[in-house]
Design a protein around this ligand. Structure first.
Ligand SMILES: Nc1ncnc2c1ncn2[C@@H]1O[C@H](COP(=O)(O)OP(=O)(O)OP(=O)(O)O)[C@@H](O)[C@H]1O
Ligand SMILES: [Mg+2]
Length: 261
């Protein structure tokens, strides 16, 4: 079983479509501990999704290395699960069949697949919807199916690319709290991309702020919120407000046009 620590060293990603080269990421080094929840924010187009897909093994690095548990990654693996903003469910499969997908790939028996999938379907409050198709579900339910599908094959690392970006505020908040429960109970390492500074600070233990493209680590803001408090108490606490402001300030320096002398 993997521990789920991630080590990124001098990472560079250049897209080359033959006619044009785009440097998305430049010299990015960053270590994430096993079981840590790290938020990533940065200006649009700075390479956040690229970073996530490189860690997932969907894309090849141009230079530098990404290691998981000390081993350089070599393509996608079931030690890493990805949750996308647009759910990416299989439309021709029911909720149950979507959630069992990764287990089929792992060659798990049909009975075990169903019982494992049911556990995560129940965890995500989807009981009773097992036979529905994605088009019959709301956005929030689709995203819960996507999360259940990823959790079902038990990746140690969850890579999440603006997973709640398309949802309204009450749904976002409820999924954020569900995610925190899962993170604590299942001891996952989570890398969570968002453009919402408040969401990043509410969920994470550290937030990495990226520079504008070519993206690299600008700064990392560590903090320690008292998780025994409820949401209202956390988001109104001095520590939360101060942290949020410092992340926001750092991000704003990257999103504002440079001042001409
Ligand atoms: N397949 C590709 N081919 C060429 N360029 C690409 C490709 N994918 C991404 N890029 C470019 O790389 C840069 C980084 O893109 P990326 O999607 O990683 O940014 P992002 O930080 O996730 O942006 P957003 O906040 O808008 O989601 C952008 O300039 C983008 O246009
Ligand atoms: Mg993106």
């Amino acid at each position: 079983m993997s521990d789920g620590d991630i080590s990124i060293s001098n990472l560079e990603k250049v897209y080359d479509d033959g006619a044009e080269k785009t440097k998305a990421i430049e010299d990015l080094s960053f270590d994430i501990d096993s079981g840590e929840f790290v938020g990533v924010v940065g200006p649009s187009g700075c390479g956040k999704s690229s970073l996530l897909y490189l860690i997932a093994g969907f894309l090849e690095t141009t230079d530098g290395t990404i290691s998981v548990d000390g081993e350089p990654i070599d393509g996608p693996g079931t030690d890493r699960g990805v949750v996308f903003q647009d759910y990416a469910l299989f439309p021709w499969r029911t909720v149950m069949e979507n959630v069992t997908y990764g287990l089929e790939e792992q060659g798990v028996s049909k009975e075990e697949r169903r019982s494992t999938a049911q556990r995560y379907i129940d965890m995500m409050d989807l009981g009773g919807f097992e036979d529905r198709y994605p088009k019959e579900l709301s956005g929030g339910m689709k995203q819960r199916v996507a999360i259940a599908r990823t959790l079902a094959y038990d990746p140690k690392i969850l890579l999440m690319d603006e997973p709640f970006g398309a949802l309204d505020q009450p749904l976002r908040e409820s999924l954020q709290d569900q995610l925190l429960d899962i993170w604590r109970d299942l001891e996952k390492t989570v890398v969570f991309i968002t453009h919402d500074v408040e969401e990043a600070v509410y969920l994470s233990e550290r937030v990495m702020i990226m520079t504008r493209r070519p993206g690299t680590k600008k700064t990392v803001v560590p903090f320690d919120l008292d998780r025994s408090l409820d949401r209202e108490e956390i988001i109104t606490s001095d520590k939360f407000v101060t942290t949020k402001n410092s992340v926001w300030k750092s991000l704003r320096e990257e999103t504002q046009p440079e001042v001409q002398p």
